[in-house]
Write a protein that binds this ligand. Structure first.
Ligand SMILES: Nc1ncnc2c1ncn2[C@@H]1O[C@H](COP(=O)(O)OP(=O)(O)OP(=O)(O)O)[C@@H](O)[C@H]1O
Length: 254
């Protein structure tokens, strides 16, 4: 039974309060507290080692926090669930490196993502239902790969592979998406197109996006949280955190 207690009234899709994680005595997260509202897109920035990856790890059940509360939808105590259970609850995570199957086509990769639980062979020989077909078409349109759907994923550009992988996450219909450095390695054009994709995604999902690229974050046009030494250093609009003396000192000004 969960004993997690929430200390604020407003509804949240993700609520973290006093979350700490130590590795051999080193506090990677140090009483981290943060809230994401339903339907919100939030950018997370901070210097190397600030705890961004560790934060995603504790949310997704990969790492157990030593202390603190993490609630999903004000209902599920995420510290009590493993990675598979957290994914099933509706939290999708995208790691920095794309992991699409390069020898399969764009369509087949998406087809697989809609048929979680089946083997690759079963999924590819099992016909999609009408609803799944429609869902797949919608995802292809959203990630703008309709005219590439018969191409092998290995022939896509780096940016297109990232979009495909985001499309594959959408196949699981997650409510909250955690995305790690999506713009890394992208051209400027791909970066801006990714920001547009995320603004579209934010109409139907909550998003937490870890990123270092300030032009990309500016284009996301969302609230920004700055992490430093495992806790929140500042939070607000990009303009406000960029003007924050502490943020300039530990991150931007270096
Ligand atoms: N499994 C682990 N064992 C020991 N130390 C760890 C472990 N995972 C993370 N750390 C340490 O915890 C701190 C936070 O790391 P984390 O990867 O969360 O930071 P980050 O903000 O994601 O950094 P980056 O921007 O470089 O990805 C770092 O000092 C890191 O060395």
């Amino acid at each position: 039974m969960s004993l997690a207690v929430k200390h604020i009234e407003q509804p949240s899709v993700l609520y973290m309060d006093g979350v700490s994680v130590s590795f051999d005595g080193f506090k990677a997260l140090n009483s981290l507290s943060m809230c994401i509202e339903p339907g919100e897109m939030r950018a997370i920035i901070g210097p190397n080692g600030a705890g961004k990856t560790t934060m995603m790890d504790v949310i997704t059940g990969k790492t157990r926090p030593d202390s603190g509360t993490i609630l999903f939808n004000d209902q599920y105590d995420l510290t009590q669930h493993d990675e598979a259970e957290v994914a099933n609850l509706g939290i999708g995570r995208k790691f920095q490196k794309p992991s699409v199957i390069e020898s399969l086509t764009v369509f087949e990769n998406l087809e697989l993502s809609l048929q979680g639980g089946r083997s690759v062979w079963q999924a590819l020989t099992h016909k999609l239902g009408k609803q799944q077909h429609q869902q797949l078409e919608e995802i292809l349109t959203l990630i703008d790969l309709q005219d590439k759907q018969t191409l092998q994923a290995g022939s896509l550009s780096h940016g297109q592979k990232q979009w495909l992988e985001i499309g594959m996450l959408l196949g699981q219909k997650p409510q909250l998406l955690l995305i790690d450095e999506p713009a890394a390695g992208m051209t400027d054009e791909e970066t801006m197109k990714t920001a547009e994709l995320f603004r579209n995604l934010a109409q139907h999902h909550s998003l937490m996006v870890v990123e270092h690229d300030m032009d990309f974050i500016d284009a996301l046009d969302c609230r920004v949280t700055v992490l430093h030494e495992g806790s929140v250093l500042a939070e607000g609009s990009l303009a406000s955190v960029k003007a924050n003396d502490k943020v300039i000192e530990v991150y931007l000004g270096r």
